[in-house]
Design a protein around this ligand. Structure first.
Ligand code: CAA
Length: 263
């Protein structure tokens, strides 16, 4: 097991938690953070008991204040491309995980922070959270998928305005434009996130994977192809012990006991 210095990684019951932990730089992302998150994902993928992953920031102030500007300031174009690709690859890997991933945004989620949160399945935010793609203030552009995921989440004109103006928006505005699902008081955020994480962890793993992949892959293709993806994933649920158990439990008027097999 890797010794983590820039993240805190824990598994509590069926829920894995990754906390960004570079308080002196407000949890800015450098290559070491990318490597440690990647190693934690290796552990999560090898552990069949994990049913949900939650990302959050250690401390009161920040989720992630962006990619590490001190690191980026000296990159050559090819090194810049490599850093961007490494960030993008990690976020694509998070998106492809078969388990639901929640971003619990406790403070600043700027640049790479908004990008990281958008690669999760949905975002819960503290009322103190701040979002934005302020890269244009640095003479650069988002490099961890921000121009792509933001446009898909909030629409093309809103994404352009946020990236071009480089302004920071509060949690409530982020909710209104569809970036954030729910906003909570700062001291309620963690408990509310865990409540939802536990609820999701109580479901069948095959159905969680099916929902995630059908929605994500379906948005990349035309409606008919997306519907084919859905019927195949639906069929897989019929073949899974959790699918049989869930429907049988309903008919027997009892709570289902999902085992998470065929994951
Ligand atoms: N990279 C490196 N260091 C950072 C950082 C970042 N993104 N954000 C904050 N820090 C560091 C500061 O340099 C400061 O370090 P020192 O104490 O050593 O001076 C420390 O964290 C605390 O920050 P501030 O003193 O600035 O704290 P504040 O409360 O006054 O302001 C803030 C907070 C508004 C988030 C401000 O720090 C800020 O604007 N940060 C940069 C945000 C940003 O531009 N993010 C986008 C980065 S580019 C990107 O992400 C590219 C991509 O898509 C891949």
């Amino acid at each position: 097991m890797m010794a983590y210095e820039n993240i805190i990684f824990e598994i509590q019951e069926h829920i894995a938690v990754i906390k960004f932990n570079r308080p002196k730089a407000l949890n800015a992302i450098n290559p070491a953070v990318l490597a440690e998150v990647s190693a934690a994902l290796d552990e999560i993928e090898a552990n069949r008991a994990v049913k949900v992953l939650v990302f959050t920031g250690e401390g009161e102030k920040s989720f992630i204040a962006g990619a590490d500007i001190a690191h980026m300031a000296n990159l050559s174009p090819l090194e810049g491309r490599k850093f961007s690709r490494e960030g993008q690859d990690l976020l694509l890997r998070i998106e492809k995980l078969p388990i639901p991933v929640i971003a619990c945004v406790n403070g600043f989620a700027l640049g790479g922070g908004t990008e990281f949160a958008m690669a999760c399945d949905f975002i819960y935010a503290s009322e103190k959270a701040k979002f934005g793609q302020p890269e244009s203030n640095l003479g650069i552009i988002p490099g961890f998928g921000g121009t792509q995921r933001l446009a898909r989440l909030v629409g093309k004109a809103m994404a352009k305005e946020l990236c071009m103006a480089g302004n920071v928006i509060g949690a409530e505005e982020a909710r209104q434009i569809g970036l954030v699902n729910k906003v909570f008081a700062a001291d309620a955020l963690w408990e509310e996130t865990m409540k939802t994480a536990k609820l999701i962890a109580s479901k069948g793993k095959v159905s969680m994977r099916g929902i995630k992949h059908c929605i994500d892959r379906g948005l990349d293709v035309d409606l008919r192809t997306g519907c084919y993806l859905e019927s195949d994933a639906f069929a897989l649920c019929m073949a899974s012990p959790d699918g049989s158990e869930g429907m049988k439990a309903f008919l027997e008027k009892r709570k289902p006991d999902f085992k998470g097999e065929l994951s």
